[in-house]
Design a protein around this ligand. Structure first.
Ligand code: CA2
Length: 150
C-alpha cells in the first residue's frame, strides 16, 4: 500500500484568465480544466491535490511556506514570475519539497526574456510547451519521484 501523498498545484499571475484570451498561445483550456486534470491524475494514484493561484508574488510564497509541512511535492506554473523572481526560487528551495516546473507554451520558442527560468535550478525538471497535457506528465513524474525516493 503506497503512502497517501499531497501535491500542491500552484499557478502564478494571469493564469486565472486562461481560456479567456490568447488561445493561439495558451489554447482554450481554463485553469479549472487543468486543476481537474491534475486532481484526476493524482487521485488515480491515491494522491490529493491542493490548488492555488495568485497574481501576487508574496501570496505564492506564503502559500508554499504555509503548506510545506503537509505537502509532499509541488507542481508549479509560476507564469511571468518564472523569469523574474529570485524570491520564489528561494521559497521553493527553502521548503525543501520536490517541485516540477510547468509551462503551457514553449517558453524557449518565444521571446528571449522567457528563455530564462529563475526556478529551474531548484526544480526536479521542466515540462514546457506541451499544453494541458504537460500537467498530467508533471504530476506523474512527481509521484514517480516520490515513490522512488520513499
Ligand atoms: O506558458 C506558460 O505557461 C507561461 O508560464 C505563461 C505565462 C508567461 O508569462 C510565461 O512566460 C509562460 C503567462 C500567462 C498569461 O496567461 C494569459 C492568460 C490569458 C490571456 C493572456 C495571458
Amino acid at each position: 500500500m503506497s503512502k497517501h501523498r499531497t501535491i500542491l498545484l500552484v499557478h502564478g499571475p494571469n493564469l486565472n484568465l486562461l481560456g479567456e484570451r490568447n488561445p493561439a498561445v495558451y489554447g482554450t483550456t481554463t485553469l479549472l480544466d487543468i486543476e481537474a486534470d491534475v486532481a484526476a491524475a493524482a487521485n488515480a494514484r491515491g494522491a490529493a491535490v491542493l490548488c492555488f493561484q495568485s497574481n501576487h508574488e508574496g501570496a505564492l510564497i506564503d502559500f508554499l511556506h504555509e503548506h510545506r509541512k503537509l505537502a509532499d511535492g509541488v507542481v508549479i506554473n509560476a507564469g511571468a514570475f518564472t523569469h523574474t523572481s529570485v524570491a520564489l526560487r528561494d521559497a521553493i528551495e527553502a521548503i525543501a519539497l520536490p517541485a516540477v516546473e510547468v509551462h503551457i507554451s514553449n517558453t524557449h520558442a518565444r521571446e528571449g526574456f522567457r528563455h530564462t527560468s529563475m526556478i529551474a535550478g531548484v526544480c526536479l525538471g521542466q515540462v514546457t510547451g506541451l499544453g494541458r497535457a504537460g500537467y498530467t506528465t508533471a504530476v506523474n513524474l512527481l509521484l514517480d519521484h516520490l515513490s522512488a525516493n520513499a
